[in-house]
Design a protein around this ligand. Structure first.
Ligand code: SF4
Ligand code: SF4
Length: 443
């Protein structure tokens, strides 16, 4: 099997053995769900319900008229208990709709599916279902599948890499829901008018390659592409390079090179939205790490408190050093177990002291290893120094905005430099500087 890939990158231990062979199981319906009004990139939604209202499963309870936003639906039937600020997994409090479940799971009647939908119908159904990029970015999908005028998207790539260590939800979905993935890919091709579809899967998932290849038999315009198991193989620009051998220019979108990328779970959500009119209400999570008693791939209601998910997995062992939402490379540390699962949550990892990287920060020894692995061809050590010493004027010349925050540089750094944190801070400082400039020019 010839595996394609991109240049540079790293080979962290994949640590997927605890959950890769566990079929997805469905968690219990929680007593209470918490739905933050901001679960996507773009403007926050506004509540369409009030305290005391009865709601059904699948009922739209929040929306926005902004172009970049996606509606939110209730994943339980029950009563709106409160609309108030609640802890979000980002660590800040966000206005959220709190719903107490009645245990009935009474559902709204979904809109009748369209047999042969037009591109406009697909976009409308995807928007109405509140689908966003479920690989972590949470960008509203109806916007992403409506490329800018004048661009010709000829290729759609489904990202089946799941290159983050520990995470196995997409892998299980490829084994268990292959028909929906292929259907979602066909709908995506129709939506953007693409001629070719690709499903990129790393070669450390040979059974997924086999199952998906079987599901695409007879579809001559869809190709399964085996990819080298390497991090960050699933990053959009790296995936496009590996599959299509096209370079997305600095600060440009994939549509600039005729490509559209969607992750596995988003592709399934698109199929459900269009074929069944079903809104996005559940998420498949990998719950893993040495601190979890019964590791699992679990389908849970969006809005379920993290504490409930951990309870459904038998609870925590002694000695948990850190709980991370997402994978260990790009995930974020959890600040409170009361925060809920949101649309972009892909995993909950309870890591022990042996599983987390020792962050005893030392000075840079100028070894150049971070430069050797950076998939974007950046100089992470230099970017880190510019931020540390606040040399803002030199940022723009160093493509800091092109950093995909993959964490490869920090992973490889023998001095344990917090390079990604520096770079994120640098981006924030640049944004602040831009805002100040704008304000000054208005005055
Ligand atoms: S500089 Fe950014 S893109 Fe490059 S390795 Fe570091 S985090 Fe990844
Ligand atoms: S890997 Fe770490 S020590 Fe080596 S050059 Fe980069 S920042 Fe410096």
């Amino acid at each position: 099997m010839i595996a394609k890939t991109f240049s540079r990158g790293i080979h962290p231990e994949d640590r997927k053995e605890r959950t890769q062979d566990l079929p997805i199981r469905t968690g219990h319906v929680p007593k209470t769900i918490i739905l933050p009004l901001q679960q996507h990139a773009g403007r926050a939604c506004e509540a369409l319900v009030a305290r005391g209202d009865q709601v059904l499963v699948g009922q739209k309870i929040a929306d926005s008229d902004a172009q970049i936003a996606a509606p939110i639906h209730s994943s339980v039937s029950g009563k709106v208990k409160a609309i108030e600020p609640r802890l979000h997994c980002s660590g800040i409090k966000i206005t959220s709709i709190v719903i107490e479940s009645d245990g009935e799971q009474s559902t709204v009647d979904y809109k009748k599916p369209s047999v042969d939908p037009s591109p406009q119908e697909i976009r409308a159904l995807v928007r109405e279902a509140g689908v966003v990029g479920l690989g972590g970015a949470a960008f509203p999908t109806h916007v992403k599948i409506n490329p800018p005028q004048g661009t010709n998207v000829d290729s759609v790539i489904v990202n089946g890499c799941e290159c983050e260590p520990f995470l196995t939800g997409d892998y299980r979905l490829m084994l268990e829901e292959s028909a929906s993935i292929v259907d979602g890919l066909k709908l995506l091709k129709t939506a953007v008018g693409a001629e070719r579809g690709y499903i990129g899967i790393e070669t450390n998932k040979p059974d997924a390659i086999e199952v998906i290849t079987g599901a695409t038999l007879g579809d001559n315009d869809i190709e399964v592409v085996p990819l080298e198991a390497k991090y960050p193989q699933g990053a959009e620009k790296q995936l496009i390079m590996a599959v299509l051998n096209r370079v997305v220019p600095v600060r440009a979108l994939p549509s600039a090179v005729g490509a559209l990328v969607q992750n596995v779970e988003t592709t399934i959500a698109i199929s459900r939205a269009v074929r069944a009119g079903e809104p996005l209400m559940t998420k498949v999570l990998t719950v893993s790490g040495g601190g979890i008693i019964n590791t699992a791939n679990l389908r849970v209601q969006i809005g379920t408190p993290i504490a409930d998910v951990i309870s459904a997995c038998g609870g925590l062992r002694d000695g948990v050093a850190q709980i991370i939402l997402g994978g260990p490379m790009m995930g974020t540390a959890l600040t409170g177990l009361e925060a809920p699962v949101v649309k972009a949550t892909s995993g909950i990892l309870a890591l022990t002291g042996q599983e987390i990287i020792n962050r005893d920060i030392q000075p840079c020894i100028k070894c150049g290893r971070c430069v050797e692995v950076c998939p974007m061809g950046l100089q992470p050590s230099r970017l880190g120094n510019l931020v540390e010493f606040e040399i803002l004027d030199e940022f723009e010349d160093n493509d800091i905005m092109d950093c995909v925050e993959c964490g490869s540089c920090a992973f490889i750094c023998p001095s344990r430099r917090p390079l990604v944190q520096y770079i994120k801070l640098g981006k924030y400082m640049l944004a602040q500087k831009g805002r100040k400039r704008k304000t000054a020019s208005i005055k």
